[in-house]
Design a protein around this ligand. Structure first.
Ligand code: ATP
Ligand code: MG
Length: 571
């Protein structure tokens, strides 16, 4: 993991885009108006088995956003009921990412594992009340006896064990007297229930696994469903917001709250999860990309993770704005990646300082410019921000421009350099290409140009001559070399996650292009990790944490325009 700064970035402010009142906020308003609650208390409950992705960001913006708007609180609770897949690294990264997104849980950091004693006691309560039993069926039998959507399930032969026998067996499960998987504790609800989740769901399983917090204290672990709602109740969560796939679990969530002496009764509300085209969002698949080295790590700038997007240079505000734009609904759909990129452009266009950088340099020599002269030209830092001021950029006889700003035999509509053609060098002078030099392979290596001293600052000359093109440039003598990593979408298929295909077959082979030998204007020598920069005419960039003062590395955050829109039109 690179050490990307995760100190709090800009916090949500009044200038942030606001969600219009969605159905969840309307429910909250109604609950406040009726006096049911005095303030909404929400929670974000990640399972620490991976890094956060943009889908989690939607949930974070919703839960923490509500707390912020209503002046209340949002808990961060790690749902760590599954010991085998959880790691401290994930716990740490999740906290860093939430802070970077601009949110804070204050003192309200919780772990579901801290409730294991209480959850166990409540399992005993259900047994005493005749509402839970120890089942000796094999996992296969439990599955096949569950029935399906059209057929009811079959009662377990162990369903009618006495309370005493169940208490003794459950105690013995906890004491480690049975092998892993040999018994489970199940709720005694209804094996013919129309909702399969209500057909005697498993509450506890035997699993000898080291837990990242409780260590080896337990060899039985509660299931997610038997932990989540009770944790919400223990924390006095008022509105438990989750994604639509939990809609079918709501009756069970309610059943536990109704049948246990819980201290509060939260309300579960479901909303549509975020899906983005050209990406995968399942943690299992993201982990596979990391483990099999298809990417450089969880924070690879092509990953849809919060840490990847941070390293890519996406401002936290842009992610929040994107989440506000897509809003909260009950309908599953897929959002266009271009929408996220536009949110990034919008913030970076406003904030990013402009600099000149040449990614594929070709040398320009100004034959009529004095050999030793250097001029410090004033260049505006950000036309969108009058307070950003100007900087000095050195200009001299040898410059670099982009190779593709020159054509040996340009068509009429090519408004850049060609033999005999004149263009404006941004904020500098007008230059005319008089000749060019080729190497033995026929590759153009140098342009020989003349400049017009009457066009200083790029101004029009008094004789009324016109040019159509402006190119950016860097003084060869002062340039700072750099590597630039140009990222594109990680997948070349709009829906790589579909069951119909293997997502690994659709990794975009052009998703990373490493450009070495790029030449930057000297002001970029001081750019720091976290700075937003526009390279004029090329896109938005940031300093990669791999960068050192000897070997600078920049990432392309996003191009100036959406190049995929054209591709999609072309089909
Ligand atoms: P996976 O199924 O890939 O493991 P998950 O959804 O189970 O992911 P969690 O860590 O349990 O991941 O998620 C924490 C919270 O984030 C949950 O409340 C979940 O509903 C929410 N969340 C996860 N993915 C999305 C998404 N794509 N859109 C909106 N919310 C999401
Ligand atoms: Mg989950």
């Amino acid at each position: 993991m690179s050490d990307v700064s995760s100190s709090p970035s800009s916090s949500p402010s009044p200038s942030d885009k606001r969600d219009s009142k969605d159905f969840i906020r309307e429910i909250i308003d109604a609950d406040l108006a009726s006096g049911k609650h005095s303030a909404p208390v929400t929670r974000f409950p990640p399972e620490p088995n991976g890094y956060l992705h943009i889908g989690h960001a939607k949930s974070i913006c919703l839960n923490f956003g509500i707390a912020k708007e209503y002046g209340s609180r949002c808990h961060l609770r790690f749902d760590d009921t599954n010991p085998s897949k959880e790691e401290q690294e994930y716990v740490d990264s999740i906290q860093a990412d939430i802070r970077w997104l601009g949110f804070d849980w204050g003192d309200h950091l919780f772990f579901a594992s801290d409730y294991f004693d209480q959850i166990y006691a409540w399992a005993v309560t259900l047994i005493r009340d005749g509402k839970a039993y120890v089942d000796d069926q094999t996992p296969e039998d439990i599955r096949s006896n569950r029935g399906n959507l059209t057929e009811p399930g079959v009662n377990s032969p162990f369903r009618d064990r006495s309370v005493e026998e169940n208490l003794a067996l459950f105690e013995a499960m906890r004491a480690g007297n049975f092998p892993d998987g040999s018994k489970v504790l199940r709720a005694k609800i209804d094996m013919a229930h129309a909702n399969l989740n209500m057909r005697d769901p498993v509450l506890y399983r035997i699993l000898r696994a080291h837990h990242h917090r409780s260590g080896d204290k337990w060899c039985i672990y509660p299931m997610y469903d038997f932990t989540h709602g009770q944790s919400d109740a223990l924390e006095h969560i008022t509105h438990s917001l989750c994604t639509l796939e939990f809609e079918n679990h709501r009756p069970l969530y309610e059943w536990f709250l109704d049948n246990l002496p819980v201290p509060s009764h939260p309300r579960q509300i479901e909303f549509a999860r975020l899906n983005l085209n050209y990406t995968v969002m399942s943690k299992r698949k993201l982990l596979q990309l990391v483990d099999e080295n298809h990417v450089s790590g969880w924070d690879d700038p092509r990953m849809p993770t919060v840490s990847g997007m941070r390293r890519r240079g996406y401002p936290a505000e842009a992610i929040r704005n994107f989440c506000a734009t897509i809003g909260i609904t009950k309908f599953n759909g897929t959002n266009d990646f271009a929408l996220l990129e536009n949110a990034v452009r919008e913030v970076m266009n406003r904030d990013a300082q402009r600099r000149m950088a040449v990614l594929d340099p070709i040398k320009v020599t100004i034959t009529n410019y004095p050999e030793d002269q250097v001029e410090e030209l004033d260049v505006i830092n950000n036309p969108e921000d009058p307070n950003a001021g100007t900087r000095k950029v050195p200009f001299c006889r040898e410059l670099y421009i982009e190779r593709d700003d020159f054509m040996e035999d340009p068509p009429k509509k090519f408004f850049r350099l060609g033999p005999g053609r004149e263009v404006r060098f941004r904020c500098a002078y007008w230059l005319k290409c008089e000749d060019f030099v080729k190497d033995a392979e026929g590759k153009v290596t140098e342009l020989l140009c003349t400049y017009d001293p009457e066009t200083r600052g790029g101004e029009n000359p008094p004789d009324g001559r016109k040019v159509k093109g402006t190119v950016h440039w860097v003084s060869a003598r002062h340039a700072v070399p750099a590597e630039v990593r140009v990222y594109d979408r990680l997948f070349d298929h709009a829906n790589p996650d579909s069951k119909k295909r293997n997502f690994l077959d659709h990794i975009n082979p052009a998703s990373l292009e490493i450009l070495s030998g790029c030449q930057l204007e000297p002001a970029l020598a001081d750019a720091k990790v976290g700075d937003s920069i526009q390279f004029e005419r090329l896109g938005y960039f940031c300093v990669d944490p791999d960068s050192t003062s000897d070997a600078r590395v920049f990432n392309r955050t996003v191009g100036l325009r959406d190049s995929w829109a054209k591709e999609q039109q072309r089909g």
